[in-house]
Design a protein around this ligand. Sequence first.
Ligand SMILES: NC(=O)c1ccc[n+]([C@@H]2O[C@H](COP(=O)([O-])OP(=O)(O)OC[C@H]3O[C@@H](n4cnc5c(N)ncnc54)[C@H](O)[C@@H]3O)[C@@H](O)[C@H]2O)c1
Length: 273
Amino acid sequence: MPAREPNQPTLFDLEGRRFVVTGAASGIGRAMAGALLGQGAQVLLVDRDAQALQAVLAGAHAGRVHIGVCDINHTAAFQQLVDGFGAVDGLFANAGISGGPGFGTEAGRELGTLSQQSMAQWHQIMEVNLCGTATCMQAVLPAMKRRRHGRIVVTASVAGVQAEPFVSYAYALAKAAVVRLVQQSALELGPHGITVNAIAPGFIKTGIANGRLHDTDVAGLLVPRIPVGRLGEADDLAGLAVLFASRASAYITGAVIPVDGGYLLNQKEPIAC
Ligand SMILES: NC(=O)c1ccc[n+]([C@@H]2O[C@H](COP(=O)([O-])OP(=O)(O)OC[C@H]3O[C@@H](n4cnc5c(N)ncnc54)[C@H](O)[C@@H]3O)[C@@H](O)[C@H]2O)c1
């Protein structure tokens, strides 16, 4: 095998590459942004939580961290941020919200059944988790098409892959739609040199759902169903984020890759509700 020349980029090198990460002030988005920065990328961190965003990675990676305070559903404001950032190599469309507990949880027996899911909740979850993801993709596409190059990575969920009693109906359906959005757009955009892939996290201890995944009762319910025997940490998503951003994944598109400690493999017993 020929030795690598000095200064020759490695498979995972992101030096000089420019990425936009939404929902970057917390949890998975923050960890993915940190991982991209660690490989030398320029990263525009977008979040609607200005205070949390300012605190992220303060001082680290000087000159390569760009901050954009914006609600992803304000499409004109997001477009302006993206255009101001310059030629974008990749988008991590990650911002999302929880839709409340699923019918398989104690709290969800009251709130998470189909009968209880209000239209207001449907609209709110779809607006952020599905429409917000699609409009962020729309914002980066014209420039990516012109350059015939782009990486789009969407944060889906195991709840978008299989029926899932531990999340709300609206959340599960929004994530299932996001999975199809990734597959449909990968088909359209491949000929333009743009790949589209999804990361499907399992249960990751972040700020989502008011930090409920940090509660020991939730861990007690979920951990026995996870083959590796623990809930996920946001940093568990870092490796796949770098893979999808880098030239190592040039021939991967339309993929939906779980990062779930094996949760999707597990046999489920029926949930009483
Ligand atoms: N944590 C999990 O177990 C888990 C599992 C599967 C999928 N996900 C998905 O991962 C993504 C990140 O979630 P997380 O767990 O890191 O949660 P988190 O709450 O820690 O972080 C989400 C971030 O997104 C931001 N955000 C939310 N709505 C926004 C909007 N409209 N505009 C701009 N910013 C917005 C929030 O301010 C927050 O900083 C979400 O799409 C979520 O559905 C999380």
